[in-house]
Design a protein. Structure first.
Length: 94
């Protein structure tokens, strides 16, 4: 991977969270292709959900924005290919 690839991934993830935090669901949906699908796996609640299409992406952004209203997310992309997400007092590793 080239440095430009890392930067493009980093910028896309940044926009992903920026749009959720601001509630800009239309811009959030533009980060996905027309035929994209997004699978959410929540092992703590034992649920799986798959969304596809712009309308469902917009709805997902609105849901997250309302659920985490007032939160601001940051991330660090390191050389081990882990992505760390920070939201208030929680760290997530993907």
């Amino acid at each position: 991977m080239e440095l430009s690839d890392y930067l493009e991934i980093q910028n896309t993830i940044h926009l992903f969270f920026q749009h959720i935090d601001s509630g800009d669901s239309t811009s959030f949906a533009t980060l996905f292709s027309e035929n994209a699908s997004l699978e959410i796996i929540d092992e703590t609640m034992n649920t799986n959900k798959t969304m596809s299409g712009k309308d469902q992406m917009i709805g997902f952004c609105n849901f997250l924005h309302n659920k985490f209203k007032g939160a601001q997310h940051w991330f660090v992309f390191n050389s081990f290919y882990f992505i760390y997400f920070f939201s208030w007092n929680s760290w997530f590793v993907v």
